[in-house]
Design a protein around this ligand. Structure first.
Ligand code: SDX
Length: 431
């Protein structure tokens, strides 16, 4: 896999090292820097991993300049048009599109694991009704480690597979239970005769006193959003799952760390922040004043849903969601959606503003997703939970890929230490 060779010379000693660049199947070469520490006693310094590949992976590829996103080589546009979230989950985890019998078996396995242990449901009563659902979901997922600690040998492929089925199956149930707790409504149990997204909507919106009919348009729109959010290579929450998982911890604990990382407004929490931002802007004539605040270095205001560490062009997911927004809103009878109209105007103005163009700031996946979640009746506080349900497929795929790699090592970055050098303790009387 080695192609290009680099030579590094330490000027003061003239000592040189030969560094090999490893070539990917597509994308940028990566420089193996191991000789730097061994030969020169130096580490690389790259806060935020702006230019550091933390691992090798075969799962997802992003070309930020071209706006390309491939799940196991398949363009996300094609999967969005032709696949389903469960089929994409299978693809991410097993590496290939399933044959019909494989998909049926996967779907059956997921369906058979959607219920929660009854004692887990009692956890929710420990939360105040207005506890943020991300706090509830991350806590309940972490507590699952207590239920499956004994029956989970992470080095046993079958145990890993059952974990994958359980967590993908239970995330909608866990999330719906958090939502019902917030509403003060009874939990709705999963129904085995409903597909993944219909089941999720039923658990969110059904009530005991009347029959709830799932709108197939809503289920299809939700399935599309879950496909688009399923994976995104080494994003912050996936990297968190990998780092936590590299210690050999229980995978439910590793997933819970990913949920916690996703919650941040710079990451998955942005979809909730976008709706908050649109509601604060209010009307199109207030856009210039808001953008002036964003550009004011004395302010900390960001244009939420814009910008990306990797995409320096349109996020392909944002394009797909924007294109389907019109259709979904029309199908749901929500054509007159002032927030969507405001978002379109805000995007148009920003994309013609030198401040954003010069910094290559384009809409990302979070800019439009909340518009559809809102149209589906999902409240803003649940938007990041929806992101977590989808990204569970990616987190599982990356955790499996790492744990099944015999060369896996615990992640343990080094640092640039600029604190005090060794000094002696001073008794309090002498201070
Ligand atoms: C997700 O990594 C992934 O793959 C994540 C994700 C996934 O699927 O897992 O794609 C999901 O998290 C999408 C991103 C959602 N977050 C937001 O929408 C929050 C708003 N965006 C920003 O916070 C920011 O763009 C980040 C965090 C997403 C990326 O930040 P970077 O790569 O560290 O870029 P930067 O902060 O160095 O910005 C470069 C410049 C700076 O200006 P200068 O200092 O050069 O003058 O652009 C500015 C930034 O201030 N900038 C913004 C901005 N984003 C960057 N200015 C205003 N509004 C913004 N949104």
């Amino acid at each position: 896999m080695t192609t290009r060779k680099f030579t590094l010379t330490e000027v003061s000693t003239g000592k040189t090292s030969s560094l090999d660049a490893l070539s990917p199947s597509v994308g940028s070469d990566v420089l193996n820097i191991a000789p730097l520490a061994k030969d020169h006693g130096v580490y690389t310094f790259d806060p935020g991993f702006m230019a550091t590949a933390a691992c090798e992976s075969k799962i997802t590829y992003i070309d930020g300049d071209q706006g390309v996103l491939l799940y196991r080589g398949y363009p996300v546009e094609q999967l969005a048009a032709k696949s389903s979230f469960l089929e994409v989950s299978y693809l991410l985890i097993y590496g290939e599109l399933p044959a019909p019998a494989q998909l049926d078996e996967f779907r059956r396995n997921i369906t058979r694991h959607t219920m929660l242990n009854e004692s887990l449901l009692r956890f929710y009563n420990g939360f105040h009704y207005d506890a943020h659902p991300m706090a509830q979901v991350s806590a309940v997922v972490a507590s699952m480690a207590g239920f499956y600690h004994e029956s989970l040998d992470i080095h046993n492929p079958r145990h890993r597979e059952i974990f994958a089925h359980r967590i993908i199956a239970k995330m909608p149930t866990i999330s719906a239970a958090a939502y019902k707790h917030m509403l003060g409504q009874p939990f709705v149990y999963p129904q085995n005769d409903l597909d993944y997204c219909a089941n999720l909507l039923n658990m969110f919106f059904a009530v005991p006193c009347e029959h709830y009919q799932v709108d197939p348009v809503a289920a299809k729109a939700l399935d599309l959003l879950l496909i688009l959010h399923a994976d995104h290579e080494q994003n912050a929450s996936t990297s968190t799952v990998r780092l936590a998982g590299s210690t050999g911890t229980n995978p439910y604990a590793a997933m819970a760390s990913g949920i916690a990382a996703l919650w941040g407004p710079s990451h998955g929490g942005a979809n909730e922040a976008v709706l908050q931002m649109l509601e604060e802007i209010g009307t199109a004539d207030a856009i210039p004043k808001f953008l002036a605040k964003v550009k004011d270095k004395n302010e900390t205001t960001k244009l939420m849903g814009f910008g990306h560490r990797v995409y320096k062009n349109f996020d392909p997911r944002a394009k797909i969601i924007r294109e389907t927004c019109h259709q979904v809103l029309a199908n749901l009878g929500r054509v007159d959606n002032p927030l969507f109209e405001l978002a379109l105007k805000l995007e148009h103005i920003a994309l013609n503003d030198e401040y954003f163009v010069s910094r290559k700031l384009y809409p990302n996946v979070d800019f439009y997703s909340g518009i559809i979640y809102s149209a589906l009746g999902i409240p803003r506080s649940m938007f990041t939970v929806m992101f977590a349900i989808a990204r569970t497929a990616g987190w599982v795929a990356h955790w499996q890929e790492m744990i099944s790699d015999p060369a896996m090592k615990i992640g343990r970055p080094r640092q640039l230490y600029t604190g005090p050098t060794a000094r002696d303790y001073v008794d309090i009387e002498a201070r």
